[in-house]
Design a protein around this ligand. Structure first.
Ligand code: EPZ
Length: 429
């Protein structure tokens, strides 16, 4: 077993460089299946979800070459099968993008129902609805989604009943090579949707309106290879901003798009951070005590649900009572029980967490139950007095590139420790 051991209570200072966006990378990599030629993708984060997605493509027969740690070339001209490996596909959420991409390019896809973080019910009814509207037959049997069509998909109006990042992306993927103009209404507006559209347009697609709630995709006959650089990760940046805020100090967050962070910047400023914006960096400084505030998570440009656990940790040591309302997922407070082990005073009532700030958290052994929950527990450990051990860190390493090294570089006392199975941590020391 491997865990993070954190000696908390130190301020953070220095610089951290943000990696490419996970949720853009896991959409753009399968989108390369639509391209006739070689795509070179730069600024790819070196994280487990990306490695898995690349392996899924290799398994289909795509030629996947790592040029360096953050650059990959993909050529999908020799795909052997449109059936994705069952066990690999069910390990990540984004494997569902293989359905839209394979269906759009080859007219058939067989992909197991996706996995990913347990955040409550995660249906894919809007994805399958869109594929059917575009003329596909879609069926779920024995854990697989089967989708196929005769010839090319046909464009259609697609109204999404819920604002869904995944369904918006999957509809775009399926529509790019379809016959005619697909109009997606009530589309999600996240930066990674714009990034996917920019990637596809740079390869010859005709997509307009990405970043608004109406996206128009005019089908083209083929996409050509090219090179593309993924945007910086909004949530990784927000996580380091929250860490600086929780611990105090001064951290320069480099390689960001400040506009994507407006919603996070606004809330951390309400909590007492001083944030200075540069062209592609943010300086986060916190010297005064933290103040309470209320947060409601919403689709972009609202406060991101993927920052809810990290922001709740900051509020758990802010003066006064804050309300956090989860507006996207049914069950994203599973980490609260772990935070209580560290002395946090938080009550959860349905989608609302009532956070009564305490003066200090105390170190404790805790478990990451999902990716952002894990990041939140790391922040809690950095801000707490004493030692925190975070277990189940594989969740964290699914989505944060070199988190230990990046935190160490800004003064955090965190290390990754291998503990032989069956040994208690104290013995392993
Ligand atoms: C993406 O998940 C992200 N994952 C999630 O990030 C993120 O929390 C979420 O978007 C919201 O921003 C990836 O990009 C791989 P949704 P996704 O479809 O696409 C409901 C992280 O930590 N819904 O926008 O699966 C759904 O139940 C992860 O990086 C339907 O009802 O989320 C939810 O309430 C965790 N039917 C809401 O829509 C559908 O067919 C939003 O989900 C699809 C979704």
């Amino acid at each position: 077993m491997t865990k993070y051991v954190i000696d908390g209570g130190y301020g953070l200072s220095g610089e951290v460089t943000i990696s490419g966006a996970k949720n853009a990378a896991v959409a753009i990599i399968p989108a390369a299946l639509l391209v006739d030629g070689t795509c070179r993708i730069e600024n790819v984060p070196e994280i487990r979800d990306v490695t898995l997605m690349l392996d899924l493509l290799r398994n289909l027969g795509a030629d996947v070459r790592l040029i360096n740690r953050n650059c990959v070339e993909i050529n999908a001209s020799k795909i052997r099968t449109t059936k994705a490996d069952y066990d690999m596909a069910r390990m990540i959420r984004a494997s569902y993008y293989l359905i839209g991409a394979l269906l759009g390019r080859f007219g058939s896809a067989q992909v197991s129902l996706p996995g990913g973080c347990n955040l409550g019910d995660r249906p894919i009814d809007q994805h399958t609805k869109a594929f059917k509207l575009l003329g596909a037959n879609v069926d779920v049997q024995n854990g697989y989604v089967f989708a196929d069509c005769v010839g090319r998909l046909r464009a259609a109006p697609v109204y999404l009943d819920v604002v869904s990042v995944g369904a918006t992306i999957n509809t775009v993927l399926a529509a790019v090579l379809a016959d005619g103009l697909t109009v997606i209404e009530n589309a999600a507006k996240e930066p990674h949707i714009v990034d996917l559209a920019n990637f596809l347009n740079s390869m010859g697609a005709n997509i307009s309106g990405a970043g608004t709630d109406v996206i128009k995709v005019r089908g083209v006959k083929r996409l050509e290879g090219g090179a593309y650089t993924i945007i910086p990760d909004q949530i990784e940046a927000g996580t380091y901003m929250a860490a600086a805020c929780a611990c105090g100090g001064e951290v320069l967050i480099k390689n960001v798009i400040p506009k994507h962070l407006d919603c996070i910047t606004a809330k951390l400023a309400e909590m007492g951070a001083e944030i200075t914006e540069y062209d592609d960096a943010l300086l986060v400084k916190r010297t005064a005590p933290l103040s309470k505030t209320n947060i409601k998570t919403l689709p972009y440009p609202g406060f991101p649900t993927d920052m809810q656990p990290q922001a709740t940790v900051v509020l758990s040591i802010a003066e006064g009572m804050s309300l956090v309302t989860e507006g996207v997922w049914d069950n994203r407070y599973r980490y609260v029980e772990e935070l209580r082990r560290m002395g946090a005073k938080i009550q959860v009532d349905g989608k609302t967490a009532i956070v009564e700030g305490v003066e200090r958290l105390m170190g404790a052994p805790v478990r990451a139950c999902d990716l952002r929950a894990g990041a939140a527990l790391v922040i809690a450990g950095l801000a707490a007095s004493g030692t925190t051990e975070v277990e189940d860190i594989s969740h964290i390493e699914r989505g944060y590139e070199h988190i230990v090294e990046k935190l160490q570089a800004i003064g955090a006392h965190i290390r990754r420790v291998d503990v032989p199975d069956g040994t208690t941590f104290a013995k392993a020391q």
